[in-house]
Write a protein of this length. Structure first.
Length: 130
């Protein structure tokens, strides 16, 4: 059983926003690193979230049913209005998910973004103190 207060084995999450800063988060070298589009070219920001922060993150992952997400989604309407596109790769023990989504185009036969997307975005932002 994977400890609920441990960091992921692998984690990458891109959030491309319609307005404001796009963000890329990555767990690498024992640190959570993140890049904001508005500060490209600079060193990444980084932190080492404590176990309690990871526990809250995993609770959000479970609450969002993240492990059951489809591979591709088409964002429709105002599900998460400020987000244009997103991409997630997350591994914890034997659990793994790789999923992405973007604004829908006419006639695209893809499901709408998962209901838990906003919950996951909030959880990741809390990990980095946002």
């Amino acid at each position: 059983m994977f400890p609920c207060d441990a960091p992921p084995s692998e984690f990458e999450f891109l959030i491309r926003r319609a307005e404001g800063r796009s963000c890329y988060f990555e767990w690498s070298g024992g640190k959570l690193q993140w890049y904001h589009e508005s500060v490209s070219g600079l060193a990444p920001l980084e932190c080492r979230p404590p176990g309690a922060a990871w526990q809250q993150f995993w609770e959000a992952v479970e609450g969002a049913s993240t492990w059951d997400w489809e591979k591709v989604y088409a964002m429709q309407g105002d599900e998460v209005p400020e987000v244009e596109a997103w991409r997630l790769h997350l591994v914890r023990g034997a659990q793994r998910v790789t999923s992405r989504g973007g604004r829908a185009h006419a006639g695209e036969p893809l499901p709408p973004s998962p209901r838990g997307l906003a919950l996951l975005i909030d959880a990741v932002q809390r990990l980095v103190g946002g």
